[in-house]
Design a protein around this ligand. Structure first.
Ligand SMILES: [Zn+2]
Length: 396
């Protein structure tokens, strides 16, 4: 069971019990988490241990105190939005440490040594959803231990919204990130801070399919654009703005391969269409030293870019025939469905398809500097890997 399913079920059970007993009921956290008490400014805050991310506490500069009977080695902290830098001070005279620098919404933080209580001080207005206390060095699988975004990605994946990455790109992430352990960077063209459950679904989905590097979530809110219109999306987001954003991503992450949307927007969605259209302009622009000279990154030439459903140089990625050891033998297609299932707010409308016009196996090589595919079973076919950097000579 995924954490999100667990949390939803826990929340439903808690609500039902509360109705029955007409008394506050403490919903269970996952069993690996230690029982703990959280208070905010001296007031008990049971909503921070109820297993639900929709019950939250806004901090107005007050100290959060976490206390457990069993000493804990780590905390797993779920925020409503990235809070900025925050300070963790364990008891027993341990030094304080600063967290939040990476902008993680779900952050696993370790203590130098076990403590039975700790305080959290976060900036004014930070909103806390959940706190879990854990023992041992190895967190359970539902705890997301994010790495910073890639320094040097192998693959850049460009969904527009949270859920597109599973629906349209299918087994791409479970296969290349989860199974092959490649450096896969996901960058979302829009953000969903206006729908606070969706950024959690986003992270749960990526974690489920084996992505380890924290995604880029753009500054562009998921605003209303007439869904069938590219022109509407251009008006809302700006073609030059999105192209420049993508050039910066390409130069920053230096991917060999990029995977992106159908040029016709999957089902015509204007923002998906814009994301694909601007990529085709951003790829040569990123490699051109005369363009975008104000960016703080060197030019970068991507070797291959695949668009979902692109009609030329087509390739069928048989995700359903790829059992993945990293996921206990489940296929890349099954994992795509499992990742998408984390997007509980979206599952009523869409599903991962391996047939028909939204087939998540069908791609075309829309841009290549290394020629067409021949074996047609691997996004990395023909990719030339840059030589490993030569180690600095050690002084004799
Ligand atoms: Zn979308």
């Amino acid at each position: 069971m995924s954490l999100s399913v667990f949390l939803r079920r826990a929340a439903v059970c808690a609500a039902a019990l509360a109705l029955l007993l007409a008394a506050p009921v403490r919903a269970a956290q996952p069993e690996e988490a230690l029982p703990l008490t959280v208070s905010v400014g001296g007031q008990a805050a049971s909503s921070l241990t109820d297993g639900s991310r929709s019950t939250k506490v806004t901090l107005s500069g007050n100290t959060v105190t976490v206390t457990a009977e069993t000493p804990f080695d780590a905390l797993y902290v779920i925020w409503d939005q990235p809070p900025g830098e925050w300070i963790l001070t364990p008891d027993g005279g341990q030094p304080a440490s600063t967290w939040g620098r990476q902008g993680f919404l779900h952050e696993y933080v370790t203590l130098p040594r076990a403590a039975s209580s700790a305080t959290i001080e976060a900036p004014q207005g930070a909103i806390l959803c959940e706190v879990y206390a854990l023992t041992g060095d190895t967190p359970p699988a539902w705890v997301q231990v994010w790495q910073p975004p890639c320094e040097d990605a192998d693959l850049l994946v460009l969904p527009t919204h949270a859920d597109d990455e599973h629906l349209w790109f299918g087994g791409t992430m479970p296969y290349y990130a989860g199974e092959k352990g490649m450096a896969v960077q996901v960058a979302y063209m829009t953000n969903h801070w206006g729908e606070p459950y969706r950024p959690h679904e986003l992270l749960d989905g990526l974690w489920t399919v084996g992505v380890k590097n924290y995604p880029v979530i753009s500054e562009f809110p998921d605003l209303y654009a007439s869904k069938a219109s590219l022109e509407s999306a251009i008006q809302v987001y700006g073609e030059d703005t999105i192209t420049a954003w993508q050039v910066e991503l390409l130069r920053r992450f230096k991917p060999e391969v990029v995977v992106a949307h159908d040029i016709n927007g999957e089902y015509g969605h204007g923002a998906h269409r814009l994301n694909a259209k601007t990529l085709l302009a951003a790829l040569p622009a990123a490699a051109d030293p005369a363009q975008y000279t104000d960016l703080p990154y060197e030019p970068w030439e991507v070797q291959k870019a695949y668009l979902h459903l692109w009609p030329e140089n087509t390739i069928t990625m048989e995700w359903g025939q790829m059992p993945l050891e990293a996921f206990g033998g489940r296929t890349a297609l099954e994992m795509a469905a499992e990742g998408f299932a984390c997007h509980a707010s979206q599952t009523a409308w869409f599903s991962v398809k391996d047939s028909g016009k939204n087939d998540c196996r069908q791609f075309g090589l829309a841009y290549t500097t290394v020629g067409p595919d021949t074996a047609k079973n691997d996004f990395f076919e023909n990719v030339v890997w840059p030589p490993e950097p030569t180690p600095e000579p050690t002084p004799a």
